[in-house]
Design a protein around this ligand. Structure first.
Ligand code: 3PY
Ligand code: MG
Length: 246
């Protein structure tokens, strides 16, 4: 099985610390991945932020950074936050569908989709992330397995559905209202809090640095819902310094 530090942490039922990356560059990304090995929190993932970061999906953006990170032996898992939001789902699920495909074809170990507000949107995210018969992710990239350190495309196909981590952001008022149904969608691995969007969507000021106490309560309630559904809960520890998945 290919290296997948985040999945290993999930299987060991351990909190998984990670780092947020907003800029590109092969050498920069490889140095970061190497630097995370042996950190006190055993950081197991790097999130490539193609939504609000300065990192394009393609060309020479996430694709190169994923290769750089996965070239580090026993390094962290590269995940991609795609630019499209759950609101883009429907009528062919425009951005969400092809952007998940680009990120996963480039070898990402998982995806994060912003602003998922309904179970239908969450289901569409899962369907875009999994090969048939579970979903309808297309197959054909000659590069994907190389970035998983897997010999053949067939071997990648055998492990992808159970190895790709699928995370959605709960950060809208509607998402909070539907959070239980979203958490219960099969194939969703975790709910990721977006503290800024969540705060402004609920009518509170943005975190500075902590969220408003009412927003904090909502965040704690989402933790309860996620764990009850057997899913992970993901939160920023300190804006732009680190985050963890519980
Ligand atoms: C938010 O706080 O809304 C985020 O998505 C963090 O980037
Ligand atoms: Mg957000």
């Amino acid at each position: 099985m290919a290296a997948h530090a985040l999945l290993n942490a999930f299987k060991a039922n351990k909190p998984a610390f990670g780092t947020w990356l907003t800029t590109g560059g092969f050498v920069h990304a490889r140095s970061l991945a190497r630097a995370l090995i042996g950190t006190p929190q055993q950081q197991s993932w790097i999130m490539l932020d193609c939504e609000h970061g300065l990192l394009p999906l393609n060309p020479a953006g996430a694709t190169e950074v994923i290769a750089a990170i996965h070239g580090v032996r026993d390094g962290p898992s590269a995940l991609v936050r795609i630019p499209a939001t759950g609101h883009g789902v429907g009528n062919g699920s425009e951005g969400v569908n092809w952007q998940i495909k680009y990120a996963l074809d480039a070898g990402a170990r998982g995806v994060l989709v912003p602003m998922v507000s309904t179970p239908a949107q969450a289901r569409e995210v899962v369907i875009s992330s999994r090969f048939p018969p579970v979903g309808r992710r297309g197959f054909g990239s000659p590069y994907t397995q190389e970035n998983w350190d897997i010999q053949t495309a067939g071997e990648y196909l055998n492990v992808a559905n159970e190895s790709v981590v699928v995370l959605v952001q709960i950060e809208t008022r509607e998402g909070v209202q539907n959070v239980q149904a979203i958490a219960e969608v099969d194939g969703i691995d975790g709910l990721f809090i977006g503290p800024y969007d969540l705060s402004i969507s609920l009518g509170y000021p943005p975190p500075s640095p902590d969220p408003h106490p009412q927003v904090e309560q909502v965040i704690q309630d989402i933790l309860t819902v996620a764990h009850k559904a057997g899913k992970k809960w993901c939160v920023f520890l300190k804006m732009y310094l680190g985050m963890r998945i519980l």
